[in-house]
Structure formats: C-alpha cells, structure tokens
Design a protein around this ligand. Structure first.
Ligand code: GLA
Length: 396
C-alpha cells in the first residue's frame, strides 16, 4: 500500500508530504570513508518511505508500519530511546532542533512550528542488517521531509552530515558519511565518487551492458558488528598517531602511503599486528578506488572487477571484518568466468556480497550458490538483482 494511504489509515487524516529515500550499494572503497579516503556508492531500488502531518500538542507520534508499532513522545527533551528504530527518527529530529536553536533568531518560525509536534509513518523494503543502510535511509527520509515541511533550506550535504551525527549520538555507531551521502545524492544508473576529505564528489555512469549487479545476502547479522566497527575506527586512529611521530603533517590515513605504513608500523609482531594490518588495508584500498575509477572511465570492467576481489582479500585478511559465510560466497565465484568481481560489502560481519555477474548466468549461479549455501550453513541465501536509482525525493 502506498505511504500516503498508510498514513491516512493509521492517523485518520491525509498527510501533508511523502518522501522516499533509498538504500545503497558500494562498488569499491570499504572502511575508507572515516579515514578521509574515497568511496564509490550508488542508491538502489530498495527504499524507505515516510509521510508526515502536523500536530499541535507538542508530541511526536511515530508509526513503523512494517513492525506494527507506534510510539508517542514529547518533542521537548529528546534523548536516545531503548527502541532502535525510534532512534533513527528522533536522532535526526534532535539534530534539527539543535541546529535551529543555534541560530534561533533567523529560524524562530520554523522552530516553533516544529515544536508543535508531528505524526510520521514509515515503511520500506530494505532488509535490515543486510548492509544496505536501511538506518541511513530512515534518517535521510525523515530529515528530507522535515526540511521540506518546515522550509529549513538545508543542502543535501548538510543533511548527510546531520544524519551521520544522529547515527553517532543516537544509534551508537561511529559510522562514516558514505551511507547518508549516497542515499541523498544518488542518481539513476550512476555511481558517485566521494572524496571524504574534501567532500567533493563526481558522478560516473555505470555501463554494465550484459552484466548485472547481484547482491547475495548471507542472512547473517552479527551482534558484534557495531562494536567491532568502532574498534576498527580506533585502530586506524591509533595507527595515525604512531605515524605522526615521524610524519607530523599526517592528519588521517588518506595522507599516508604504503612505504610510510611499512616503516612506521611494520613489520607485524603479535603486539602491533592489528594496527599495522588495518592501516595497510586502508592505504591500499584508498589507492585501489582511485585506480578502479580509472578502469570505470575507460570501460575496463574486467580490471574493475579484479579490484573488487582484491578488496575482499584485504577485508578478510588485513581488516578482518569478513566472516566464513561471506568468504564462502566470494570464493565460490572467484574463478567463474561469468563473474567480473565480487566482495563483501559494507561494515562486514554478515550482510551481503556484491557481485557483477553476466545477465545470462545470474539464474544458474544463484541456483547453484543457494543450494551450496544451504548444504553448508543450513541457511537460505537471499538473492537480489539490483538497479541504481535516484536518491531521496518527494513522492507525488
Ligand atoms: C558502514 C558505515 C559506513 C562505512 C561502511 C564500510 O556501512 O555506515 O560509513 O564505513 O560501513 O565501508
């Protein structure tokens, strides 16, 4: 059912606005965003939709249609909530209120209108925990609709940064900017090269011709994923501090080359192995993305795909954020002539692999892997053939 009808059924009045915000894939450039490196994401054909209407009693009523849950909270005094989906909404509401308070005089009308409260309902088809950034899509959808409703005039980049802050402060994950950036800035059939240091970005058409992007969802959602994610981030920061002892001008791993990693952090010993390996991976990956974009520009998808496999090896052996199920799926297609590239995608410890597979072979490969995966892990593999779509936008 469309989101406006859902809203009407739930709240008994018609919403004022409706918005759709997509999930994302990332072709290459993993765990590079919070190291000021490059990423190459795109928005996909899976999305979150929200609809909104105004209240006058200072409350915020949120209905998650897919979960059948509704929660009412006063809009004053927002703080992190025990229910995680609520945090994705109130986390960005909090950012807006804070920002409006900072420049209260100019935005008095918007702030007082917003503090009257609103009803919001939400639904979507992005599988959660699959590494497709459903939480970022919720945050971006809510921010975008508030931006429209209260005429806040935020740019997409401002909204991406606010959503990232919400994730840090309300969801407890010290994520980078990629997911929110991609959800908001996506364009049909294009990938976006984002320089996470300067925040400059450029669109590249992804011409796949006889190939498709296929996501293979392990159905594994590791509880440790967010704490391990935060640990990786810390290890990279520790690496930077060690490198700064010799190269004081270095601000992040983006400024570091392979030789500097070797001389300042290597060789691996039992005590420094982790920091050395994490930094080695990041520096190699930042270089790899830049080379991969050159492949893309000249249409050499064979070379591009090879780099995806290299990224996977780095994520498994050096960054150690893969898991046996992800490795199994990548290994299974590594030497298949119909597969240009494959790797785990996103934060890791479960979720999906991203694969570039010849269209004519997708069915056979999916069938074969589904049966092998079931035999080995007693779990059913979920296969999504995905397409690249526009970013967050208003719905009619
Ligand atoms: C998660 C984070 C992103 C990014 C990826 C890894 O999706 O939210 O910011 O760090 O992991 O590339």
């Amino acid at each position: 059912m469309d989101i406006r009808t859902q809203f009407l059924n739930h709240f008994n009045y018609a919403p004022l606005l409706a918005v759709q915000s997509p999930g994302r894939i990332n072709l290459i450039g993993e765990h590079t965003d919070y190291n000021n490196g490059f990423v190459l994401p795109a928005a996909i054909d899976k999305y979150i939709q929200v609809a909104i209407g105004k209240r006058t009693d200072g409350n915020l009523q949120m209905a998650a249609i897919d979960l059948g849950e509704t929660i009412l909270l006063p809009i004053e005094n927002i703080k992190p909530h025990p229910t995680q989906w609520v945090n994705y909404i109130i986390g960005v509401v909090f950012q807006v209120i804070q920002k409006l308070n900072q420049k209260k005089n100019n935005n008095h009308a918007s702030l007082s209108a917003m503090m009257q409260g609103f009803d919001i309902c939400i639904q979507g088809n992005i599988p959660s925990g699959a590494g497709l950034s459903s939480s970022a899509a919720v945050e971006c959808a809510v921010l975008f609709i508030l931006n429209e409703l209260y005429q806040l005039e935020y740019t997409k980049m401002e909204m991406a940064l606010m959503a990232q802050k919400a994730e840090h402060e309300f969801a407890g994950v010290q994520c980078g900017l990629m997911d929110m950036f991609a959800s908001l800035h996506g364009q049909k059939n294009k990938v976006i090269l984002l320089d996470c240091a300067s925040l400059d970005y450029a669109y590249y058409p992804l011409v796949l011709n006889e190939y498709s992007i296929v996501l293979l969802d392990t159905q594994i959602k590791h509880a440790l994923a967010s704490s391990e994610y935060n640990t990786r981030r810390l290890e990279c920061e520790q690496g930077v501090e060690l490198i700064q002892k010799t190269y004081s001008q270095v601000k992040s791993l983006r400024d570091v080359n392979k030789e500097q990693v070797e001389t300042c952090l290597g060789p691996a010993t039992p005590t420094n192995k982790n920091i050395f390996h994490r930094c080695k991976y990041v520096v190699e990956e930042v270089e790899r993305v830049q080379a991969a974009v050159k492949d893309l520009a000249v249409g050499d998808m064979l070379a591009f795909g090879k780099k995806m496999f290299e990224t996977h090896q780095g994520l498994t052996n050096l960054y150690e954020v893969s898991c046996p199920e992800l490795d199994f799926l990548v290994d299974a297609v590594q030497y298949n002539e119909n597969v240009l590239g494959a790797r785990m995608m996103g934060g890791g410890f479960g979720g999906c692999t991203i694969n570039i597979i010849k269209k004519s072979a997708v069915d056979a490969i999916s069938k074969e892997l589904t049966s092998k995966y079931l035999n080995k892990y007693n779990k059913s593999l979920v296969v999504y053939t995905t397409s690249i779509q526009d970013g967050t936008h208003l719905l009619p």
